[in-house]
Design a protein around this ligand. Sequence first.
Ligand code: G1P
Length: 286
Amino acid sequence: MRVRKAVIPVAGLGTRFLPYTKAIPKEMLPIIDLPAIHFIVQEAIDSGIESILFITSKEKYSIEDYFDRNFYLEYFLNKNKNYAALNELKRIPENVNIFSVRQKEAMGLGHAILHAADFIGAEPFAVFLPDDLIFSKVPVMKKMIEIYGKLGRGVVAVEKVEKAKISSYGIIKPKPAGSRIYDILDMAEKPALKDAFSNLGIVGRYVLPSKIFDYIRETKAGAKGEIQLTDALKAMMRNEGLCAHEFEGVRCDTGDKFEYILAILKYASMQKGLKQKLKKAIKKIF
Ligand code: G1P
């Protein structure tokens, strides 16, 4: 079955970016002239996704507003013949259906994803965690959907993470199963370094069969007292198998201040003629 739907949980409070995130969702942090969530939605569309469900919470309406049209603004720009500005608005993708549902309590990623059960029905689906921006030649999700099509098992994205950060990730026990593909033999959410199976950490991209919802329903609160997606994945792995794709690309965790700056620099370096200018300017600053 084709993967047509995606779920993007955006209910998080963004405490690492307070006070900014007191009034503005972290997903709307600017990567120069685009909000971070724009890149995620674009990756979904470029991977063949047709419908997206945002799992939202209070104060997150600006995300929905961003992907909606603003007739007043368009009318005003048209009236003033400001066609350049109108053109900028056209960068916002419209070729996708956007839905949203509210997560009323922050009870973990597994709990958030469970809100998508009715929307997904019996289809396989994609999950994007909006903090993880990935700059790559081929959209990472596109590649993962291909792998899902070939192997017929859930796929999670992984990358090698530094020792110091192992306890911030879901960590897998890998068995090589092809080029940049692993069978997952075991996994743990945010283990202590000494208990980690490997240095391969789960990054925020998943392709999952709808069966995952049954596993989430059976999952008890785990790390941080929350219903963890990783625990449900582990149960599913045992019965149905699960694999990992070590993607190619530069991934920035925009929830981290340092990596957020890197995301801006990476995006800036992709703009025509800006790379050399940037390099020079950075040397000057430091
Ligand atoms: C979540 C997942 C974790 C994964 C991480 C990737 O954790 O639970 O397994 O490695 O995203 O960004 P969070 O960062 O939401 O605590």
